[in-house]
Design a protein around this ligand. Structure first.
Ligand SMILES: NC(=O)c1ccc[n+]([C@@H]2O[C@H](COP(=O)([O-])OP(=O)(O)OC[C@H]3O[C@@H](n4cnc5c(N)ncnc54)[C@H](OP(=O)(O)O)[C@@H]3O)[C@@H](O)[C@H]2O)c1
Length: 260
């Protein structure tokens, strides 16, 4: 069957591009997200275009039982996952004290708990087989706090820390973990998070999701632990190391605030 790649959040944006890249390489691709109709239509396209084997597993990863359902369903279909692309994630926007708590918690369940849970479910098999790759999608905001997206930026800092620590633990096992930390990318992300009017969502400043996915796969194959696509984004992640933290937080807020 060749390499089997599981991509969460594969119905849109960067996840869709990962699927396209791997299908083109004749890998078997497993697409997971909530929207089954979108996934099935995309799977049909991928198969027609590249002749690749494509499986669809609909799952809501903002539910606590989502990761286990996904893992069990992959096993039930005999799919031994070689590459896990932990990509599904959403943003939220607004003052923490005004945000609907249920929405924030669902976001944390998806961006933090499910991402870690999926790693914990799939890594033991990879270690036993002495082979496996995991790509966790962080963000440039993994490197600095972001007012008005407080939980989101904290969730992405979690992804970075988790990846760096797990990569160290997994040295010598044949399994690698990489954090891909993109900056603003032209996907549905800003619309879904209701922040498309925000300065950072200016289309000119956004990276092409295909480029982000290509660079992510490259970083994964080079066994990089952390990779930030784009020089401007990389500088953005390094600057906070040399500046007072309160200054960084204030600057981030002025960038993220909505245009009035
Ligand atoms: N775009 C950016 O500027 C940017 C920057 C830095 C990092 N990122 C990160 O990149 C990753 C991909 O985002 P994107 O930009 O490609 O956004 P996107 O176009 O909105 O795609 C998000 C994907 O996540 C899936 N998803 C959302 N909620 C889900 C849930 N509860 N369960 C399962 N799947 C769910 C969506 O599919 P369904 O609706 O079908 O469930 C969709 O396929 C995210 O982790 C995001 O935080 C994005």
């Amino acid at each position: 069957m060749g390499k089997i790649v599981l991509i969460t959040g594969a119905s849109s944006g960067i996840g869709k591009e990962f699927a396209e890249i791997y299908a083109k390489q004749q890998a078997t691709v497993v697409l997971a997200s909530r929207n089954e109709d979108k996934l099935v239509a995309f799977a049909t396209q991928l198969h027609a275009r590249y002749g690749a084997k494509v499986f669809v597993i609909p799952v809501d990863l903002s539910r606590a039982d989502g990761p286990q359902l996904l893992f069990d369903e992959a096993n039930r279909r005999g799919l031994t996952i070689d590459v896990l692309i932990n990509n599904a994630g959403v943003g939220t926007y607004g003052f923490l004290h005004e945000r609907p708590i249920a929405e924030e918690l669902a976001m944390l369940q998806l961006n933090v708990h499910s991402l870690s849970h999926l790693m914990m479910l799939f890594t033991p098999g990879m270690v036993r087989r002495k082979s496996g790759q995991i790509l966790n999608i962080g963000s440039t905001t993994s490197f600095y706090p972001c007012p008005l997206s407080a939980n989101y930026s904290a969730s992405k800092a979690f992804v970075l820390y988790l990846t760096e620590a797990a990569a160290n633990e997994l040295r010598g096992t044949g399994v690698t973990v990489t954090a891909l930390c993109p900056g603003g990318t032209g996907t549905e992300f800003f619309r879904s998070a209701k922040m498309d009017r925000q300065k950072v969502a200016d289309a000119k400043a956004l990276m092409d999701p295909r480029k982000v996915a290509e660079l992510g796969v490259k970083a994964l194959n080079k066994r990089k632990v952390v990779f930030v696509p784009g020089l401007q984004n990389w500088l953005l992640t390094q600057a906070p190391r040399f500046l007072p933290r309160h200054w960084v937080t204030r600057t981030t807020r002025s960038v993220i605030e909505q245009k009035r």
